[in-house]
Design a protein around this ligand. Sequence first.
Ligand SMILES: C[C@@]1(CC(=O)O)c2cc3[nH]c(cc4nc(cc5[nH]c(cc(n2)[C@H]1CCC(=O)O)[C@@](C)(CC(=O)O)[C@@H]5CCC(=O)O)C(CC(=O)O)=C4CCC(=O)O)c(CCC(=O)O)c3CC(=O)O
Ligand SMILES: NC(=O)C1=CN([C@@H]2O[C@H](COP(=O)(O)OP(=O)(O)OC[C@H]3O[C@@H](n4cnc5c(N)ncnc54)[C@H](O)[C@@H]3O)[C@@H](O)[C@H]2O)C=CC1
Length: 239
Amino acid sequence: MNYPLFMHMEGIPCLVVGGGRVGLRKARGLLSAGARVVVVEPAPCSELIRMARDGLLELRSRFFEAGDLEGMRLVFAATHNAAANAMVARESRSHGIFCNIADDPSGSDFFLPALVQRGDLTLAISTGGRSPALARKLRMDLEACFDEGYQPFLEIMGRVRQYLLAREHNPDRHRDIFRFLVEGPLLSHIRNRDRQAMVRLLSPFVGDGAEELVFSVIRDNDVRNAPENSERHRKEEDS
Ligand SMILES: C[C@@]1(CC(=O)O)c2cc3[nH]c(cc4nc(cc5[nH]c(cc(n2)[C@H]1CCC(=O)O)[C@@](C)(CC(=O)O)[C@@H]5CCC(=O)O)C(CC(=O)O)=C4CCC(=O)O)c(CCC(=O)O)c3CC(=O)O
Ligand SMILES: NC(=O)C1=CN([C@@H]2O[C@H](COP(=O)(O)OP(=O)(O)OC[C@H]3O[C@@H](n4cnc5c(N)ncnc54)[C@H](O)[C@@H]3O)[C@@H](O)[C@H]2O)C=CC1
């Protein structure tokens, strides 16, 4: 059995060898997690060149060399050449660096799940490498069930929890409150954008703080979802 984990990647140096369709997808995922990304690609596409020019990643426009591994913590061998991928993996391992091999699930040290991301809520789907197409399909199904409302929902739950834990240590009472709130109508109030109903629901637990809490979470969420700030949609991959 594989061991699933969520890793902090902020500032962690990662190497992607091969910047084709797959390498670019891996690089984008790493960037979303804040990693420091280096891509080695002898014939970079215009998107990669633009990302390098914008300072999002470092691009080495040539074939892989063993020296590229220096300082790296994770490596992605994503060329279309099985022998080159195997060589990158071998070199990585000899330096004690974990390597993902695009065309060799069983030879990889780790592989990636399909992801649904709603703020701090992450749903990760793995088929153990058996069927990435099924992982992608399940990801799309889950995206439809777990709509954008889950982001403010989780933010509110997190803030209520922080508030209550700062005030008293009472695990039994807290458990009842949190279960009531996750099973109750909070999510549907969020979906209906009914701020007054949210405030009424939360007031018994956070008192006068409810109004400020609800309004600030909804406002931050609106700013985040404004067209100029919203994340690039995964159109190309979903088409
Ligand atoms: C083992 C793994 C290693 C790794 O890359 O980490 C791996 C390996 C391989 N993928 C292949 C093919 C495809 N991969 C996708 C898509 C994704 N692949 C991802 C992960 C993984 N892919 C890991 C296992 C994950 C698991 O547990 O299932 C996702 C989830 C995450 C991501 O990459 O970020 C992302 C979905 C993102 C999303 O949409 O949400 C599609 C879908 C499509 O493009 O339509 C296809 C075509 C359809 C098909 O083949 O099913 C091939 C064959 C290549 C060939 O045929 O030559 C291999 C190699 C092999 O199996 O030998
Ligand atoms: N893991 C996954 O999610 C998936 C894996 N694959 C597999 O991944 C591999 C790559 O697929 P694509 O990105 O679609 O191929 P692609 O042909 O678009 O990209 C491969 C890139 O690697 C570069 N390259 C070749 N040799 C290199 C070297 N020695 N050093 C650095 N760069 C080098 C090429 O210039 C090319 O741009 C294939 O083996 C494919 O079967 C395919 C689909 C999904």
